[in-house]
Design a protein around this ligand. Structure first.
Ligand SMILES: [Zn+2]
Length: 69
């Protein structure tokens, strides 16, 4: 349940001049920048799901944490 709570946490878009608030589940993380809102992220390339799905899936993250505990 902790993972679900964190994925619904509200963040502020990291793009300068935007400042929109969105949830971690909706946001896109840019390495070295931060989380940006869906409007700033725009249409994602077809390969985006392949690289974000493992990290964005709370169940997967939780499973990894549990296995190392
Ligand atoms: Zn934004």
């Amino acid at each position: 349940m902790d993972a679900a709570a964190s994925s619904s946490a509200t963040i502020t878009c990291a793009k300068p001049g935007c400042g929109a608030q969105t949830t971690l589940a909706e946001a896109t993380y840019i390495d070295g920048c931060g989380h940006i809102c869906p409007d700033c992220a725009g249409p994602l390339p077809a390969w985006w799901d392949d690289i974000t799905a493992p990290a964005a899936d709370p169940t997967t993250v939780h499973a990894k944490v549990a296995s190392t505990a």
